[in-house]
Write a protein that binds this ligand. Sequence first.
Ligand code: BGC
Length: 350
Amino acid sequence: MRALTVIPGSPGSAAVRDVPDPVPGPGDLLVDGLAVGVCGTDREIAAGEYGWAPPGQEHLVIGHESLGRVQEAPQGSGLAPGDLVVGVVRRPDPVPCGACAHGAFDMCRNGRYTERGIKELPGYAGERWCVEADYAVRLDPALADVGVLLEPTSVVAKAWQQIELIGGRSWFEPRTVLVTGAGPIGLLAALLGVQRGLEVHVLDRVTDGVKPGLVRDLGATYHSNGFDDAVAAGRPDVVVEATGAAPLVMAAMGATSPYGLTCLTGVSPRGRRIEWDAGGLNRSMVLENDAVFGSVNANLDHYRAAADALAGADRDWLDRLLTRRVPLASATDALRPDPDGVKTVITLET
Ligand code: BGC
């Protein structure tokens, strides 16, 4: 079968190649791939800056934002041929650490977790793939066209759960949220903010293209005149930072109202140095009881919460996030950034 592979650490090595057909082990589903989403992590892997092949192998099949249809399911798995499924990205570390031992593999403490399509496990950008039934999430058939958004939605479902848990350390009734960045993570974070009844503001740089309309159609407010302008529009109780851009990350931490919460979701490159008033930032965080935290990945509970969030969203709005569809044969094109679009998807159906 064909799959999109890279040689980790080797920029420009991404290629669609013939790879051996996956063979389901006991407890595994055999799945026909329908689509995979492409995100910044995939582009980093393709640029040779991230990613690890399975031990002893040169190539890594990439793709961690999956969607497929079950072809074969083991007896008693609760899944059946024809079911629409998404494969979970992360697997617990083998030790396991305390978090992984409790199903919180998204919070792995020793870094020895593995990830499909990213770290030591083959990904989902192939015509067929296997997945343990316990790490497959069934989706409502009505989500067939947009189900590839489940993984990025699971990432923001976790971020929102963490916001609520951390906010819950004292009285917490947030009213406004500012999301920085109108990419897939930012827009999905905005969606989940609207679903929580919050006043949602979204900041991005672009003034045209699909992003302003997508934000407005959520009932949220779009800002493109810079961070200060967006903050002035309503000092946010919560900021979800989804760009990873160093100046925005720093600004986000100091911009909340008292008892503010800043959730960092963007993975930035290392080595960017900027000048900042660290004392001023510390002072406002201490005097306002602010909290800043990072959030990555998602566990099975977050995937389930994400499936509910997608089921409750407007299907056409979700579909408009999928701005570019590229067939597997030209999948390397999908790895090029698309600054005006939102989510690029590689279609896998043959
Ligand atoms: C994925 C996460 C993953 C992270 C780091 C992200 O793009 O969505 O599931 O944990 O990359 O590898």
